[in-house]
Design a protein around this ligand. Structure first.
Ligand code: ZN
Length: 106
């Protein structure tokens, strides 16, 4: 049975995990991204060193944004500066919480 637990929350971002399915979900308004545990930790590894200012682009509305590719070729994530910080703060917190859960449950 699926028993998702919220392991991080920041701004509009929530991260849940299900220890039965070994899946992590990132929820952001209309977007839901699902990872296996190992996909999630590789995604965190690959993205954690990225700096918003190194990838600045302009949105059609003239906002400063960063576009991040996903494993799905035609789908990208778009972040404002605030969304970017919330997103990666939530991922860092989720990773930390996963370590705690692993220590408690293994
Ligand atoms: Zn489940």
């Amino acid at each position: 049975m699926c028993t998702p637990t919220v392991i991080a929350r920041k701004g509009n971002i929530a991260v849940t995990q299900c220890v039965n399915c070994k899946m992590v979900n990132i929820w952001n308004k209309s977007i839901l991204i699902s990872f296996t545990f190992s996909q999630f930790s590789s995604f965190v590894d690959v993205t954690s060193e990225l700096e918003f200012d190194d990838y600045l682009e302009s949105s059609p509305g003239g906002e400063e944004i960063v576009v991040l590719a996903t494993p799905y070729p035609d789908i990208s994530l778009v972040f404002t500066r605030e969304e970017w910080y919330n997103f990666f703060a939530a991922l860092a917190e989720a990773t930390y919480m996963q370590e705690i859960y692993r220590m408690v449950h293994s």
